[in-house]
Design a protein around this ligand. Sequence first.
Ligand SMILES: [Zn+2]
Ligand SMILES: [Zn+2]
Length: 272
Amino acid sequence: MPHPFNVDLTVDGHVHTRLCGHADGTMKEYVEAALRTGLRKITFLEHLEVAIHTRRKSWLTTDDFADYFRRGRRLQKEYRSRINIGLGVEVGYNPQAIKPLQHHLARYPWDTIGLSYHFYSPAGLHYNMASRNRDHITALKARGLDRVAEDYFKGLIQALEEIPCDKICHLDAVLRHVPEFQFTDDHLDLIEMLLERMCVKGVALEINTAGFTIGDHPHPCPKITKKAIRLSIPLIVGSDAHHPTQVGRFFDRLPNWFQSLHSRPESLFQPD
Ligand SMILES: [Zn+2]
Ligand SMILES: [Zn+2]
């Protein structure tokens, strides 16, 4: 497969397993799926959240991660000659828990740290900004969608200063299940600032193909990806699989999609 813009499509850099409580399949089943798909490398990026108050936990505790590393090390040995296996983490930003997050991240030798920002707390309980759950969306609407997105991007900009990370996951996934929501000019300014900080810090941008389950492009959208390419921010592809059958999903669409970025209007954030 061609590698447009030097994106390696033989690596799936973002998969989950049943260890998080909301995905299916064992680590071994994901590795087997990656082999069937012809991938050269698969990176587990299990959820870590700290001090998040929700009705249901959907991430690993730090003790769960000890088990994750034990299983992962075994698989790395078993599949050594067939596929490269990365053991990483998708850490969720929480502005109220910077020190504990730093502490937990320092506990394990992650191959890669993906930074995301899922949970927002207008008052007490946390609500997932990327979720399709109606209760979460209702609570976020009560706060004001523009404000939620503004706090989301400001949060990520701040997180880059506080949380060590290698890439930002699904950067524009905030409120992705609220069809009427659109980014304002202020949001776009914040996105530009965020990309510029990523550039300075050498943090990569994830091209998350779960976006194709909602629309005609991955996360992030074409204009953000174009801006990242112009800044020479490295791009890393991930399926965000929550089931073994989703490993490498939609990667076959990416060569054409990257090609199509060429034909879009040059000026950044013009309507397209
Ligand atoms: Zn998940
Ligand atoms: Zn995520």
